[in-house]
Design a protein around this ligand. Structure first.
Ligand code: PMV
Length: 356
């Protein structure tokens, strides 16, 4: 479906309230580099998480006069510092949900993960907000099909934050056109499919908080720097080729191939950052210390444990559920000391957003 098929009609406003919880996600094949309007330069593939979620409720008040307006509360307090970002999002999506102009919205949001833990909440928060918008649209136009509901929610979320498109469903999501999966779209993300090997439906993700500080370079700037990056064209080809090899490994449950591609992708993402102009480094010394520990542990204990990184210093440790006990005690005994205030979050792969 192209973007125009997501333009809805308008109709008389009604008072409405909805509440959705959307998870964060972690990319295995990384999205880094985009064209306007939020079109990725390569396909990305991600695990949807379970415990790291944003819950957002929206009260839609019909306007008798005046213009579209909203107020945003985070953790119970009015937070106007997010207004510009939310306003930009509504401006971008207004053409697809023209009925929104007849409402004032009260948006109340909270995260399950600790505030300023270094975990990006833009994916889960944009996904939760988009699902609330789709909830009202489905109420206004009840003949809507379920597949359209989820695709448009992902489409709207993408226009807020690219990776948010993958936070709608699960357990593994794909976003961006490619030659390996003919059903994929640049406009929205879709699930991997029924043939995903069962081991990946229960995969564990331990998020090690190495640094809670705000990033020196935002992902918006990082994507922008890819436009003039000398290695960009090869990086996009590399991502496509990594997907081509990862897909059969995720069907077959081939953990060796899985681990080697996932770590290659994480380090390639950071290599792009280190070779941008201007260059930057988001990893910290403890990120590298943990990577070395993981490689030694994997070699000596023969446990299929690998890592990935998002745009920051924190690590995501990925492992099958049957190794949960062994890996969790390894984290506690050997890795927690490298985490800021010993902080880590034990999460796992999940099925996506839920109506509360
Ligand atoms: O969605 P954005 O614009 O915050 O970009 C996310 C980029 C990475 O997290 C580094 C990779 C990804 O695919 O999620």
């Amino acid at each position: 479906m192209d973007a125009n098929s997501f333009i809805s009609n308008t109709t008389n406003p009604v008072a409405y309230h909805s509440n959705w919880e959307a998870p964060s996600n972690i990319a295995l094949i990384k999205y880094w580099g985009k064209k306007a309007p939020q079109i990725p330069n390569n396909t990305s593939l991600s695990f949807t998480l379970t415990k790291s979620v944003t819950q957002t409720e929206v009260t839609f008040k019909p306007l008798l006069s005046g213009n579209f307006d909203f107020s945003f509360y985070f953790d119970g307090a009015l937070k106007s510092e997010f207004n510009d970002k939310i306003q930009t999002f509504f401006k971008r999506i207004e053409i697809y949900i023209p009925w929104i102009k007849q409402y004032k919205l009260i948006i109340k949001s909270q995260n399950s993960f600790p505030h300023s833990s270094g975990i990006a909440s833009s994916a889960s928060s944009m996904a939760a907000l988009s699902l609330n918008l789709m909830d009202l649209e489905r109420h206004l136009f009840p003949k809507m099909e379920e597949s359209f509901f989820y695709q448009k929610a992902s489409f709207l979320a993408r226009l807020g934050s690219g990776s948010a498109s993958r936070s709608i469903q699960g357990p593994v999501m794909l976003w961006g056109k490619n030659d390996t999966f003919s059903f994929c779209s640049d406009q929205y993300a879709l699930p991997f499919g029924e043939d995903l090997h069962p081991v990946f439906k229960k995969f564990q993700d331990a998020i090690l908080i190495v640094d809670k500080g705000s990033k020196v370079v935002s992902s918006t700037q990082g994507h922008y720097l890819m436009q003039s990056h000398p290695f960009a064209a090869n990086r996009f080809l590399q991502a496509a080729s990594n997907l081509e090899f990862l897909a059969p490994a995720m069907r077959a449950g081939d953990l060796d191939v899985f681990m080697s591609i996932v770590e290659l992708e994480a380090l390639s993402l950071h290599a792009m950052m280190m070779t941008s102009s201007p260059y930057f480094i988001l990893m910290k010394p403890n990120t590298l210390a943990i990577i070395e520990k993981i490689w030694t542990f994997r070699a000596t204990k023969k446990v299929p444990l690998c890592f990935t990184l998002d745009a920051g210093a924190n690590l995501h440790l990925l492992y099958p559920m049957e190794f949960k006990k062994t890996v969790n005690s390894f984290i506690q005994q050997e890795l927690a000391v490298f985490c800021q205030n010993g902080q880590y979050i034990l999460d796992h792969v999940g099925l996506g957003a839920k109506k509360v």
